[in-house]
Write a protein that binds this ligand. Structure first.
Ligand SMILES: Cc1cc2nc3c(=O)[nH]c(=O)nc-3n(C[C@H](O)[C@H](O)[C@H](O)COP(=O)(O)OP(=O)(O)OC[C@H]3O[C@@H](n4cnc5c(N)ncnc54)[C@H](O)[C@@H]3O)c2cc1C
Length: 393
């Protein structure tokens, strides 16, 4: 049995959940991932299977019908799912960010209204900060909500919504007071129908953004044109807290991206190890050439280091403390290592790594997404650096 990516101190229940998901990945995801990915097809059967396993309610509290699992359990599940196919983890990720934000910042009415249906997967969440003109610089968003009677009217254009079409709930960051900086930003819980076109009066999902990888999961724009939303759909009930709510959600998201990096890197390493054992050159398996063996050693070390860093970041958030420093470090390290491990696995495959018949080709197109999503490497370094100067160093 592999000694890599072991997590010490797990409960029996956590071990059972992770083992169940690993078996699901081996049985239901790995055999079909390549074909679905190449066809850019939404993995409906896999999503149905995840619903049956209760995965959409994994981190939602038992009082709302979920399994009440920790962020660590969730991250370990994401690591397993990403080992199978990163897009599948993308389908649950935005859902969990939104569920986390509602559970930690929502009113009692919002929790009761959304969380039980999110736990079953009937309501599926997307979250939207980015716009065509800004991603890293969240405070530069221009989408505006203006009060009108008991409602707000929203106008603007959002970009890069993962699950933008398949979700029916979008936690959307807008400006309610453009002169108030971060305190002028508000999160609205926007209900819509799944699909493309006009998904609610004044709300349009124009189409799918074509991507180099991370296929299967839909990524879209979202256009607000006089969209009316009741004030009761402000997350937490009062305007002005949206930036802080989103940053809390993004800390969960960063642990998730780190976990994805661990899963993709693990798969690339497994593929490389298997290939290096059976491919022969100059009369012996290529693993017996020291250059290849050293490459495998470096890959395994990175796989292990990223996992332990990710576990540490998840455990810190579970302890109730902010984990911005640790999540930033984990996300940065895991995504950079993932890119490097995938590249090394690609090299070990020789020419076959370039063939679409070999899985490493897909991983090679997926890994770069992790360098960007939930904040680029530069943004992680800014966060880490600031925390160090604040005294965390
Ligand atoms: C497939 C995909 C899915 C996504 N899903 C979502 C989603 O569900 N919801 C959502 O809200 N967003 C989503 N995003 C958007 C993503 O979060 C942004 O793309 C990301 O934050 C980077 O923003 P940007 O693309 O505007 O790049 P920019 O912010 O324009 O950055 C461009 C470059 O400049 C660098 N840079 C910027 N500012 C600084 C600085 N101060 N110091 C040093 N370097 C800097 C960046 O690191 C980067 O290299 C998704 C993106 C992709 C590609």
């Amino acid at each position: 049995m592999s000694r890599l990516q072991q997590t010490h101190g797990l409960s029996d229940e956590q071990r059972e959940i992770v083992a169940t998901v690993r078996a699901f990945v081996d049985r239901e995801i790995l055999p079909v991932a390549a074909a679905l990915e190449h066809a850019d097809e939404y993995p409906q059967a896999i999503v149905d299977g995840m619903k049956d396993l209760g995965l959409f309610g994994l981190m939602i509290g038992e009082e709302h019908g979920g399994l009440g699992a920790s962020l660590l359990t969730y991250a370990l599940v994401v690591e397993e799912l990403s080992r199978g196919w990163m897009s599948v983890s993308g389908i649950v990720n935005t859902h969990f960010i939104v569920a986390w934000m509602i559970a930690h910042h929502g009113t009692e009415e919002q929790k009761a209204h959304y969380l039980p249906r999110m736990a079953t997967g009937e309501v599926r969440g997307a979250f939207s900060m980015s716009e065509p003109g800004c991603g890293s610089d969240v405070s530069a968003i221009t989408t505006r909500a203006v009060p009108d009677g008991g409602d707000y009217v929203i106008n603007g254009r959002k970009m890069w919504l993962t699950n933008g079409a398949s979700a029916n709930l979008v936690a959307t960051l807008v400006k309610t007071d453009p002169d108030a900086g971060h305190r002028g930003m508000t999160t609205f819980l926007v209900d819509k129908t799944p699909g493309f076109g006009e998904v609610a009066p004044g709300l349009t999902v124009p189409g799918k953004i074509e991507k180099m990888g991370y296929k299967g999961v839909d990524t879209t724009e979202l256009l607000f044109d006089g969209y009316r939303v009741p004030a009761a759909r402000i997350l937490g009930g009062a305007p002005g807290r949206g930036f802080y709510q989103m940053m809390d959600g993004v800390e969960v998201g960063r642990v998730n991206v780190a976990a994805r990096g661990c899963g993709v890197a693990r798969r690339a390493y497994e593929l490389a190890l298997g290939y290096a054992r059976q491919r022969e050159t100059f009369g012996r398996p290529i693993a017996d050439h020291q250059a290849v063996l050293f490459r495998l050693a470096e890959m395994a070390t990175k796989v292990e280091a990223a996992h332990q860093m990710m576990v540490m970041a998840a455990r810190r958030k579970d302890s109730g403390e902010r984990n911005d420093l640790e999540a930033g470090m984990a996300k940065y390290l895991a995504s950079e290592y993932c890119k490097e491990v995938v590249e090394d696995a690609f090299r070990i495959h020789g020419g076959y790594g370039y063939s679409t018949e070999f899985e490493i080709e897909r991983l090679y197109r997926e890994a770069p997404m992790l360098l960007i999503g939930e904040g680029t490497a530069d943004i992680q370094k800014m966060i880490i650096g600031r925390r160090l100067l604040d005294g965390a160093g």
